[in-house]
Design a protein around this ligand. Structure first.
Ligand code: ZN
Length: 127
């Protein structure tokens, strides 16, 4: 009889200790990555570690409209502010150096793949 009680008490102690452990830290015992963590968004130039350069006209013309020669905005290109600023600066540099058209895209670059969908901007157009 005595041994039975002792056994029971021991079991009870084990049980309470388990409860205390689980309630004191409200996280699961195993390592798990946060399922609610936001997905890190990286722009295409940062992702592939590409540095925009005025001599790389082929890359720069991918950010230029084939109809007007205008540089696409950040909401269309999806670039981060830093890269967008750099691309715009380098395009202006290339245009003033005569390497790139101002009002049209070079015809040889018209078949190049598109880096972003012009029809689906990340942010709605302001007009
Ligand atoms: Zn970036």
């Amino acid at each position: 009889m005595y041994s039975l009680i002792r056994k029971f008490n021991l079991k009870a102690v084990v049980n309470t200790s388990r409860i205390i452990r689980s309630s004191s830290t409200d996280v699961p015992d195993f390592d798990m990555e946060n399922p609610y963590e936001r997905e890190k968004r990286e722009c295409i130039l940062c992702k592939y570690k590409i540095q925009a350069d005025y001599k790389n006209v082929r890359l720069l013309s991918q950010f230029q409209s084939p109809y007007t020669g205008r540089i696409y905005g950040k909401h269309i290109t999806g670039l981060c502010s830093k890269q967008q600023e750099l691309v715009e600066k380098e395009i202006v540099k290339a245009q003033s150096a005569g390497l790139m058209g101002t009002y049209s895209k070079e015809p040889i670059f018209l078949q190049d793949p598109e880096l972003f969908d012009v029809e689906k901007p990340l942010r709605p157009h302001r007009f």
